[in-house]
Design a protein around this ligand. Structure first.
Ligand SMILES: *[C@@H]1O[C@H](CO)[C@@H](O)[C@H](O)[C@H]1NC(C)=O
Ligand SMILES: *[C@@H]1O[C@H](CO)[C@@H](O)[C@H](O)[C@H]1NC(C)=O
Length: 183
């Protein structure tokens, strides 16, 4: 289910305020990994981001091993941070039920993960306990159903919970670019 989480995160880049935002362009990921306070145990994951070209293209592979089901009792808290004046500044946050938001903002990414998953994950967000592998996924912000995103160096910190128990926490670092303008 961890895999999912990572993806969810992607979906949460949205959010609002500041003038430095607009429709999503390209998001270049620099790093993805567990947060400092990732507990491990119930949900273990291993993420790998591999460069495919010199322009920042990356493919993601991951192994996720979960002892608890990912179902509609799982909630998330996503914090968005912006790099400003040489430090990370809190920009926004979003929380809610993981699966409904995932299906709402990142159903294309779920589909993409599904196509690359072994064993195959379900059509709709949910996951039985087990070991999952997702290999070589290329995801773009254009796969997100969100109207706006921040531009610039951005960090997304996503924690998923069952009740008050932290199951896992993933951090994404990347650079969000404005959409290319047609000439
Ligand atoms: C996942 O598991 C496979 C097979 O055991 C291994 O080759 C790979 O390095 C692991 N990690 C990632 C991130 O793919
Ligand atoms: C994933 O990419 C690696 C490196 O490009 C390649 O060796 C491997 O066969 C690919 N795996 C799949 C399932 O396509």
């Amino acid at each position: 289910m961890y895999s999912l989480t990572a993806i969810h995160l992607l979906s949460l880049l949205l959010l609002c305020d500041s003038q430095m935002m607009g429709p999503p362009g390209t998001m270049l990921f620099d790093a993805i990994g567990p947060c400092e306070n990732n507990p491990g145990g119930d949900v273990e994951f291993d993420l790998n981001l591999q460069s495919t070209d010199s322009k920042g293209g990356k493919i993601l592979s991951m192994n996720v091993s979960t002892k608890v089901p990912l179902d509609d009792t799982v909630t998330y808290l996503a914090n968005v941070l912006k790099w400003e004046d040489n430090g990370w500044k809190y920009a926004n946050k979003r929380s809610g039920n993981l699966c409904p938001d995932l299906m709402r903002f990142a159903s294309k990414i779920w589909k993409l993960l599904q196509e690359h998953s072994v064993p195959k994950i379900p059509d709709e967000c949910s996951l039985e306990p087990g070991d999952y592998r997702v290999e070589n996924v290329t995801a773009a912000t254009s796969d997100l159903d969100i109207p706006v995103t921040y531009y610039g160096k951005t960090r997304l910190d996503v924690s998923i919970y069952q009740g008050s128990t932290l199951l896992a926490c993933v951090v994404f670092d990347g650079v969000s670019q404005k959409p290319a303008r047609p000439f």
